[in-house]
Write a protein that binds this ligand. Structure first.
Ligand SMILES: *Cc1c(COP(=O)(O)O)cnc(C)c1O
Length: 421
């Protein structure tokens, strides 16, 4: 993947990923020459000409109406995310789940069908079960092979939804195969890019029409703000989507999907991102590439060390040649990610092990600058019960590690010393 975003701050020169993020706010005039888009806290936006207010409401000219539907600080972040994903437009939400929920609320109706992965972020899995109770049929398939997705498609299938790297077992979806299948069938392909981030992978490259990013995770990186986003990559032809309401068809077809999502998903349901959080996320995003490089190289070193230790029963990391989708991951991603999980050998208690760690913190976030660990079966996957855990390959001793940017030697020492009882 090239480093260029395909866009430049001045509209002429092509800049790399980080240069583009750092200078994107200044591509539009900012008051006082401010280097950052300021935090605009106003909920309402006044117009000296009432006709202009009407024209903004009617979508005839750009402008802000009310904070729930858009805000200048949030818009600056949306613009940055669009450049990061090399897309056409983006919409921010108060959380990653708000963004995924908006896909359902804006695009699906009773009688529709969705194909998704059996290996999903737990809350997304729960959301699709909620949706299934509201008249949308949902099939959960092993998305590491496109044949399973193809076999599940029906004439009512409106979209296919997958994640890049699944948490906690790190299965990698057959992204290129599914993208090709969706393109052939004219089905919207939605990819949750949270575990890779647009620095490691752009789902547009495999034909995804919509990209989800939980901004809370590595895009912000600091763990001090929640946020989510959808980006339209321009790859999907909205003229083929059956449920676009007539009032959003006044714009060119390329804008139909996002116009409906902003109105139906964001305005009507109100999971809006606040300007303070947008600012925190934008500042964090400036160092995304640097943090990802460091976290991914730490993760690879840690995975290799654990895999070589007989006190560790199994290590799941796409960067290891033994990983079943090592090939997919190596072909598509710039590096193999910051997430790994491992199982301790019999006789080592996972709680005692975690309590011996001095650098890594027992906590439930991901993509933080700090290394975070969690005993999966006893926390995030506790509610589903032992039987479902077993069917998903979640061992009782499985520890998920979201690798941070600490000094590599400190991290390796921490996980190795804790193995010595
Ligand atoms: C965390 C996460 C989400 C949800 O994001 P929130 O901001 O916590 O709502 C969605 N998808 C994936 C893959 C995640 O890791």
């Amino acid at each position: 993947m090239s480093d260029s975003t395909g866009n430049s701050a001045d509209g002429k020169r092509q800049f790399g990923f980080t240069t583009t993020i750092l200078h994107n706010d200044r591509s539009k005039p900012i008051e006082h020459g401010s280097l950052h888009k300021p935090i605009h806290t106003s909920v309402a936006f006044g117009y000296s000409d009432a006709r202009q207010l009407a024209s903004v409401f009617q979508g005839k000219e750009p402008g802000f109406r009310y904070g729930r539907q858009g805000n200048p600080t949030v818009a600056a972040l949306e613009d940055k995310l669009t450049r990061m994903e090399d897309g056409v437009s983006s919409i921010c939400f108060g959380t990653g789940m708000g963004a995924i929920g908006a896909v359902f609320q804006a695009l699906l109706r009773a009688g529709d069908h969705v194909v998704t992965s059996r290996f999903l972020f737990g809350n997304t899995n729960s959301l699709w079960h909620t949706v299934a109770g509201q008249g949308v049929a949902v099939d959960f398939v092993d998305a590491t092979a496109v044949a399973n997705v193809a076999a599940a498609l029906t004439p009512a299938t409106r979209l296919v939804f997958v994640e890049t790297i699944a948490n906690p077992r790190t299965q990698v979806a057959d992204l290129a195969g599914i993208g090709q299948l969706c393109r052939e069938r004219g089905i919207l392909f939605v990819v949750d890019n949270t575990m890779t981030s647009p620095y490691l992978f752009r789902p547009k490259a495999v034909g995804a029409g919509l990209v989800v990013n939980a901004l809370t995770k590595s895009i912000a990186g600091h763990g001090i703000a929640l946020g989510g986003a959808l980006t339209d990559t321009g790859e999907y032809d909205w003229a083929r989507y059956p449920h676009i309401a007539d009032n959003y068809k006044r714009n060119p077809p390329a804008q139909w999907g996002m116009a409906q999502i902003r109105a139906k998903g964001l305005r009507d349901f109100g999971a809006s991102l606040g300007p303070e959080a947008a600012h925190h996320i934008a500042v964090g995003a400036e160092t995304l590439a640097l943090r990802m490089q460091r976290a991914c190289s730490n993760a690879l070193a840690l995975a290799r060390m654990l895999a070589a230790d007989r006190r560790v029963a199994a290590v799941h990391y796409p960067g290891l040649p033994s990983h079943p989708q090592h090939g997919f991951a190596s072909a598509l991603f710039r590096a193999h990610g910051f997430l790994l999980s491992f199982e301790l050998a019999d006789g080592i208690d996972c709680f005692d092990y975690l309590n011996r760690l001095q650098v890594a913190i027992a906590a439930s976030n991901l993509g933080d600058t700090r290394t975070l660990v969690i005993p999966v079966a006893h926390t995030i996957f506790f509610e589903m019960g032992a039987e479902r855990r077993a069917s998903m390959g979640i061992a009782d001793s499985l520890i998920r590690v979201s690798v941070g940017i600490e000094d590599e030697a400190d991290l390796l020492d921490d996980f190795r010393l804790a193995l010595q009882q």
